[in-house]
Design a protein around this ligand. Structure first.
Ligand code: ARG
Ligand code: ASP
Length: 720
């Protein structure tokens, strides 16, 4: 009795759900679920003002930017804001030694100077709706997971066809609550997105990877794009005849400023949260997946950084790659710290113990849910070994650039050896030839060779003997199993490192292409290694994950039943969500207290011309010295840079509009604080803060620093 009591106290105190400000809410349910709460916390507009399918609402100004960020429309001519790190790939693609837009920034002074990005898209939501019953039509409880998935796929296809018939819209069906509910999203996809402006890296990436995931922060993390459409106002691929998009709605921008405890909300596309993970899943992440990835990325980053410091061209070529490798690396380090500090695994075990007691009280529950936890335990035991191999494969083998490049030729070799038509063969050869230039534009073979030696050796040393199957034995033996020595030969002899030779080879007859590639040293090594991985690791893992998925569905359903008095938010899945909270500092450690905002003064305090991340542009310094901030200054005359709030955000929320109680734009979300990086698994109201760049700093940089005043003039700026 006593034990039960203690357990229940622990649960009420540490319940991993139901904390203040936690949750990523579906816009179409705001009215029903959140409007009252939001208004009681300060919101002055209605849920319909945020999301409505009958009238213009804020949602018409929010887009999915590319495949993993958010952007917002801020003028009646389709002007779009997002983060600098979200526009980074585009900015980099337009950069060269002569036009180094990454380092120096870029500003189109009129529309004809805006730079096209063919192939790049932004997606705008038209509507979302619950279609669970239609998706699950003909699905029965007793059918296998494969059968179930087949029916769901077929039903979804029909629903999508019906929803988009006669329109230029595209639609997707996505599940929430781990497959217990299904939603339909109808979207409009814009295909002509031009780069309008980007601050220099010393502003847009200030603090670099050193300050990434940390507070206090001074990054002017924004960039500017514009949506273009065909003359008929509909999305169209790039054409010089396209015209700026006239949106149904654009955001108003507030320069009034912020105060602690002000209500804020973030409207955007959060990618992934996993509130329903079991203790076994968290154990796997915390004790195996994260440590392996952290270790291998540390090695990779050390090499990349060394070469980037030595050479300017390498710095341009690898800036975006290094940033993305470092981003995951640093997050996982923070995530592990947070999970350990919060004792998440233990809390999950406690919840699972409570669950066991709850089902024991009822025969039907026992029958329906009794197997869940034992099955999890068994499945994760099997998963752990395979998942280790998988982590090593992804973070070692598949992280080597030339390996990925060469691997892409395997389907070509297979096709050339098949009975495919001449047209198809020609098309495939051309596609491969077309990729060569792009790959080598941003490639440093000396750097990659060092990584190859380190990571392949690590793969060899740490995974099962079978990772290098018998076909590779002779080869490895001739190098005395020294992967670094093998790397020396590969990088001097393989055709994949000789772009001109590779290009000429592709002009030959198929049989010649096949024989040359099949005899290539690199190809001979990786083909069997990949084949082994696919057959013995990936497909097995896939099978286990399908079983885990189906268990997750049941577990989620059961948990929601057990805690039926609680409103659960659906985990993030890269669909449009609203999260809300308040402007607030926090105490990261005993005796330390963080303020809720930073200013330009901090940039000057950290200035160090010797350190790339902390260099300050002379023009910015000048503006600081003369305090030439115009209408963008705070009431005390200082220049705001960034602020934090309690909104529950995750990857994908980058670039999301941060709005005030009136729905006016006050900042762009771009990060989370270090102490809260475990929030995808467990949110902690005390320590989780989202970081945003103050919109006044963005305007100041555009207007006063870059002289792109015409852009600010396009926007709607309000003083409240
Ligand atoms: N941590 C942020 C997010 O997850 C920002 C990343 C970009 N900045 C950087 N220094 N790498 O994406
Ligand atoms: N920086 C992240 C992004 O790119 C946001 C986050 O993880 O908090 O979406």
């Amino acid at each position: 009795m006593k034990r039960v009591f203690i357990i229940s106290i622990i649960i009420t105190i540490f319940l991993p759900f139901a904390q203040a400000d936690e949750g990523m809410w579906l816009p179409y349910l705001l009215k029903q679920l959140n409007e009252k709460d939001m208004q009681s916390k300060g919101l002055r507009i209605s849920a319909d003002d945020i999301y409505s399918i009958n009238q213009g609402s804020l949602k018409d100004a929010v887009v999915l930017f590319g495949g993993g960020c958010t952007g917002e429309i801020v003028s009646d001519q389709g002007l779009l804001l997002t983060n600098h790190h979200c526009g980074y790939g585009r900015i980099q693609a337009h950069s060269s030694l002569e036009h180094d837009y990454l380092t120096n920034g870029f500003w189109a002074m009129n529309k004809s100077e805006e730079l096209p990005n063919p192939g790049f898209t932004v997606t705008m939501l038209i509507s979302m709706s619950d279609i669970t019953a239609e998706v699950l039509k003909d699905v029965t409880e007793t059918m296998s997971e494969t059968e179930r998935n087949k029916i769901i796929e077929k039903n979804s296809k029909q629903i999508i066809e019906k929803a988009t018939e006669g329109t230029h819209y595209r639609a997707t069906v996505k599940s929430i609550y781990n497959g217990n509910q299904y939603l339909l999203f109808v979207n409009e996809v814009f295909e002509d997105i031009r780069l309008v402006g980007a601050p220099p890296s010393s502003v847009g990436k200030h603090g670099g990877d050193t300050d990434n995931w940390m507070w206090p922060r001074h990054t002017g993390d924004f960039s500017v794009f514009r949506i273009y459409v065909g003359k008929d106002g509909k999305p169209a691929p790039y054409s010089k005849d396209n015209v700026p998009y006239k949106p149904k709605r654009h955001l108003s921008i507030s320069v009034k400023g912020i105060e602690p405890n002000d209500f804020t909300f973030v409207f955007g596309y959060p990618g992934t949260t996993e509130q329903f993970l079991t203790s076994w899943a968290v154990e796997l992440i915390q004790n195996q997946t994260n440590p392996i990835a952290i270790n291998l990325r540390t090695q990779r980053l050390d090499v990349i950084k060394k070469y980037m410091q030595e050479d300017r061209l390498t710095r341009i070529q690898y800036a975006a790659k290094a940033a993305s490798i470092a981003n995951g690396w640093k997050k996982w380090i923070g995530e592990n710290k947070g999970l350990i500090r919060l004792n998440t695994i233990e809390k999950k075990r406690t919840l699972e113990a409570e669950f066991t007691q709850w089902i024991a009280k009822d025969k039907t529950r026992q029958q329906t849910y009794g197997d869940i936890l034992p099955q999890y335990e068994q499945l994760y035991r099997q998963t752990a070994r395979l998942s280790k191999e998988d982590s090593y494969f992804r973070e070692a083998v598949y992280s080597i650039e030339i390996v990925r490049f060469a691997w892409a030729f395997v389907p070509l070799v297979n096709l050339l050896g098949s009975a495919a038509s001449a047209d198809k063969i020609e098309e495939a050869i051309n596609a491969h030839a077309g990729r060569i230039e792009g790959f080598f534009k941003d490639y440093n073979p000396t750097l990659d060779k060092e990584i190859f030696g380190l990571l392949m050796q690590s793969y060899y040393d740490n995974t099962d003997k079978s990772s290098f199957p018998p076909q590779t034995e002779k080869l490895l033996k001739s190098y005395k199993y020294n992967l670094k020595a093998l790397a020396d030969d590969i990088y001097s002899k393989s055709i994949f490192l000789q772009p001109d030779k590779l290009r000429s080879l592709l002009e030959n007859k198929p049989a010649k292409i096949v024989s040359s590639l099949e005899n290539d040293l690199l190809f001979r090594l990786i083909r069997p290694v990949f084949a082994n991985y696919i057959q013995t690791i990936a497909s097995e893992l896939d099978r286990l994950e399908t079983q885990i998925d189906s268990l997750n569905r049941l577990w989620t359903k059961a948990l929601m039943e057990m805690q039926s008095d609680k409103t659960f938010y659906p985990d993030a899945n890269l669909t449009l969500r609203v999260t809300y909270g308040k402007i607030d500092g926090y105490q990261p450690a005993d005796g330390v207290s963080y303020k809720y905002y930073t200013t330009l003064k901090g940039i000057m305090e950290k200035e160090d011309p010797e350190i790339y991340d902390y260099a300050v542009d002379p023009k910015l310094k000048q503006l600081y010295l003369t305090k030439d901030y115009g209408r963008y200054a705070m009431s005390n005359g200082e220049m705001p840079v960034a602020f934090i709030a309690t909104n529950h955000t995750t990857g994908g929320n980058s670039g999301s509009p941060v709005l005030n109680a009136d729905g006016h734009l006050i900042g762009l979300n771009f990060d989370r604080c270090w102490e809260g990086t475990m929030s995808d698994i467990e949110y902690d109201a005390d320590q989780c803060r989202n970081i945003s760049v103050d919109i006044r700093y963005c305007l100041f940089i555009m207007d006063k620093f870059a002289g792109a005043t015409h852009l600010v003039n396009e926007m709607t700026i309000v003083e409240n």
